[in-house]
Design a protein around this ligand. Sequence first.
Ligand code: PMV
Length: 348
Amino acid sequence: MRSEQQATLEPGLRAGTATAVAQPNIALIKYWGKSDEKLFLPRTDSLSMTLDIFPTTTRVRLAPEAARDTVTFNGEAATGEAERRITAFLELVRERSGRTERADVDTRNTVPTGAGLASSASGFAALAVAAAAAYGLELDATGLSRLARRGSGSASRSIFGGFAVWHAGRADAGPEEADLSSYAEPVPAADLDPALVIAVVNAGPKEVSSRVAMRRTMDTSPLFEPWAVSSGADLADMRVALERGDLAAVGEIAERNALGMHATMLAARPAVRYMSPASLTVLDSVLQLRRDGVAAYATMDAGPNVKVLCPRADAERVAEAVRAAAPGRAVHIAGPGRGARLLDEDER
Ligand code: PMV
């Protein structure tokens, strides 16, 4: 069954062309900082919820006659950094599969790109699943998670549906062992029925990429190490809260972890500040919701957009409050979604 939670290569699937779909994930315990930039090993473990909106659909087709890869992004030829990252990723898949054909990649993204809305997570998770299948690389879900990690760290988590933890692994080991040690896996959770209300404060691409911002934070922020240590404790608390099904605790831990991450960036030299006045207005509305008795908690990534975790039953009320705080901005309601998967012919 190709429509299962975890993406694995069907035995007998013909190498050549494959199409995969993946959704973004939003971290409740953040990934911020790499201990190995080449292997994409994170400094800390992280934990996320995969969403049921904003899918990326990617088709990889081997092109045996072609001299180079071609990449089409939302119907247009990809250029620059986006093309370079995808081509480098295909090179890795070719190395692993022992094949040399170039490929045509056609990717369609429904989420604003580069705005801290996890477009790279869905993008590289879909690409990993499609490219592995097209090149005949037989990987289980753990293997696909490791592979997706090499495109974008957070993509390792979008291989799985629901809640997933990404292990930092062992950057101190040799390259092969280090690579194997870092992957995501599902996290046991009670039935929480959560929603994430996403306020798109600004859909434009960010000024500082997460890669550059992470490096600067690790290199120069005196708050980075203390946050990394406390994030380990947050993760342990988060696991307990998820197992108990205590959504308010999940939200409280997620909010402190995210604001702590932004504090590390504000203390970088020079500072990286993704929060805008509109983000702060939305954060204020979340505080007001809590005063009014709604268990709403905010998280933010490498951009000004705010995601509010709350019980699904309160999602409309939270969305209303957020709309009032950010007039004219798009507000989306997401629930937990499925992991990355190959699409059948008739699903495309
Ligand atoms: O999208 P990436 O892999 O460059 O990482 C972004 C990291 C955050 O979104 C800020 C946090 C996270 O864990 O997703």
